[in-house]
Design a protein around this ligand. Structure first.
Ligand code: ZN
Length: 228
């Protein structure tokens, strides 16, 4: 049941291909522009300080986090957490990433609706992504359609999370590009690198959303199909 042919053909192969392509794109864009020093010679902490003054985000804290491309903004502690790979070199990629995380900080400050919706979906999405599929299969095995549809609804919360993530991420990158332009932190040539890094990162979220929608559609077709 887990490995039937239509699942492999219509869900597993396309989602794996898309995910791997997105990961390759983000890695190659990051590696390329992490090796290009920015003209201002600012590391990401210094870049953050310039943008924070410019946007009025002085209350945001800057924290370190281990790993590569593990940077994130946490609305709970109002901190951007910057990875070692971003902080270590004064690169174009580092500027793009720190500006993006500050985009999330500004979304939080102005009460962006999509950011709030995403935060509200986190608990349901966590439960739904783990439990949803098992409830679907439980419903199918016990021949209880209503139970299978409960599973679909649970998994639907996880799908909704990946979909709401898209406008949140696109908006953070749009803000990031504006900060870097308005502050004159990047040259026209460096701006190309910023574009390339942020667009590649956006593609990973598109891949995640597409995968979750495909998976959901597959389970819906499985339940609807076994009625007759
Ligand atoms: Zn983001």
């Amino acid at each position: 049941m887990f490995a039937d042919m239509s699942y492999i053909l219509y869900v597993l192969v396309p989602t794996m291909a898309l995910t791997m392509f997105a990961q390759w794109r983000v890695k190659s864009a990051f590696n390329k522009w992490a090796a290009v020093p920015n003209g201002r010679g600012l590391n990401s902490v210094e870049t953050a300080q310039v943008i924070m003054r410019h946007v009025g985000l002085e209350n945001v804290e800057i924290d370190r986090v281990p790993g590569q491309l593990t940077d994130y903004y946490d609305p709970r502690d109002k901190s951007i957490h910057l990875s070692d790979s971003t902080v270590s070199q004064p690169s174009v990629a580092g500027m793009a990433i720190v500006a993006h995380e500050l985009g999330h900080a500004e979304q939080d400050k102005v009460g962006n609706v999509m950011l709030k919706a995403r935060a509200a979906l986190v608990p349901a999405a966590n439960i739904g992504s783990n439990l949803g599929i098992w409830v679907v299969f439980g419903g199918i095995m016990l021949q209880q359609d209503y139970l299978a549809w409960v599973g679909i609804a649970l998994f639907g919360a996880a799908v909704a999370f990946t979909l709401v993530t898209l406008p949140v991420e696109f908006d953070a990158s749009r803000r990031a590009k504006k900060y870097l332009r308005d502050t004159g932190l990047v040259t026209e040539a460096e701006y190309k690198g910023v574009d390339s890094v942020l667009d590649a990162a956006a593609l990973t979220y598109v891949a995640a959303a597409a995968s979750s929608v495909l998976t959901l559609l597959y389970y819906v077709s499985l339940i609807s199909g076994r009625r007759d």
